[in-house]
Design a protein around this ligand. Structure first.
Ligand SMILES: *Cc1c(COP(=O)(O)O)cnc(C)c1O
Length: 393
């Protein structure tokens, strides 16, 4: 019995992060309240400039959510009925939902079991004459191989939308994600590394004409006022979100480095235990638990996602074991997108997406948020060690 058992460890705790900046948040709230500017304006523009600088892109376009950033990207690129878009089958729903919402067809690419990111060898088999775009997702905070994605797309004449929802601040060979493709889509959902106080998102672009089109589509395709060039929507970011997020933005690098330190400490504490290995191609086949690897060393650890071998029942037993010790965890994601009810019948000939389908029964994300204390971290490690001992007893 370990004494760490009484420590409560939620999967995510925003109270310390927000508490530390309470006075600044309150001041930002008051500033917006008293400005009486509640739609667009200087708060949004300042945030757009600062995030574009962080992402090293010419344009940052504040939007209503990460989902709307993806939707707007597809609309700006003119993706629609008759078009196919390559999407990894293992990601949050929004990546593919937006493709369906513009009337195009999502085509599933499998993922790499080690990085959880898109498998381009599989994507190559799915590309055809109707394929218009590809959406690499930088899942769990780690960049997809953007050299390979860009080469893949240019050989086939595809547009690239990067889904950076989980990866603000992550880089690929020194360059920020979201700066490689035609457009980059970010989310400030509270669980992302830059977590807002409600919904909002960002679209990044380097091409001036494309950015201009996206800006117009963000306000009902309107330019000038009450003259509608395109059928757009209301995809605006609230000034209140921009003002509150601006308080956190300069601290993002600090948040990310604390996450990285927790991840490194998990590797140090768990990596040497029997039955545990790093999730690399040369991991022993009999490993019970695989620890996630930041292959490029430039990820931001939005999630620390374990793979538990032996099927969903064993993974669920680890989750229950943690829950019994007041340790939060979650399954991102239980079903691959091709298995979702709303996408039944989509895809070619009932193909199965092998790795993505299997991961749903293996993955478990454990706490890695910045303010995780040493005591909480130790409690997670102790509980996992105990579970491992039970497996081999
Ligand atoms: C969170 C997320 C989104 C959607 O962002 P929202 O702001 O919640 O709409 C899209 N893609 C991925 C991979 C995400 O994790």
């Amino acid at each position: 019995m370990s004494s760490a058992q009484n420590v409560n460890v939620p999967l995510l705790d925003l109270a310390p992060q927000n508490g530390e900046i309470d006075a600044e948040l309150t001041e930002a709230f008051r500033r917006v309240l008293h400005s009486c500017r509640y739609i667009m304006g200087p708060e949004v523009e300042a945030f757009e400039r600062d995030t574009a600088a962080l992402c090293q892109t010419r344009h940052g376009i504040g939007v209503s959510s990460g989902t709307d950033a993806i939707l707007l990207a597809l609309m700006a690129l003119g993706v629609g009925p008759g078009d196919e878009v390559i999407v990894p089958a293992f990601t949050f729903f929004a990546t593919a939902g937006c493709v369906a919402r513009v009337g195009a067809t999502p085509v599933w690419a499998d993922v790499c079991p080690h990085s959880f990111n898109i498998d381009l060898a599989d994507a190559a088999k799915k590309t055809g004459p109707r394929t218009k775009a590809i959406i690499p997702v930088h899942l769990f905070g780690q960049s997809a191989d953007m050299d390979a994605v860009l080469a893949f797309a240019s050989e086939r004449g595809l547009r690239v939308i990067e889904d950076c929802a989980q990866s603000l601040g992550a880089k690929w060979h020194g360059r920020p994600v979201g700066s490689f493709g035609d457009l980059g889509a970010y989310s400030f959902f509270p669980s992302k590394n830059l977590g807002g106080f409600g919904d909002s998102g960002l679209l990044t672009a380097n091409d001036d004409a494309l950015a201009e089109r996206a800006r117009i589509l963000r306000v009902h395709g309107m330019e000038p006022k009450y003259y509608h060039k395109f059928v757009g929507g209301n995809f605006r970011m609230d000034p209140l979100q921009a003002a509150l997020l601006a308080v956190k933005l300069p601290r993002l690098a600090g948040y990310n480095s604390r996450r990285a330190a927790h991840a490194a400490a998990y590797h140090a504490a768990l990596g040497a235990l029997p039955g545990v290995a790093s999730n690399t191609p040369d991991a022993p086949a009999d490993a019970l638990l695989l620890l996630p690897v930041d292959f490029s060393g430039e990820g931001i650890w939005n999630q620390f996602t374990l793979r538990v071998s032996g099927g969903a029942a064993r993974r669920d037993s680890l989750r229950a074991h943690l829950a019994a010790r007041s340790i939060g965890s979650d399954i991102y994601y239980p079903l691959s997108l091709d298995q979702q009810e709303c996408f039944r019948g989509i895809g070619r000939g009932g193909e199965t997406i092998r790795v993505a389908g299997r991961l749903g029964g293996e993955v478990l994300s454990i706490p890695v948020y910045p303010d995780l204390s040493a005591e909480q971290h130790a409690a997670v490690v102790a509980a996992i060690r105990e579970w491992l001992e039970l497996q081999t007893a």
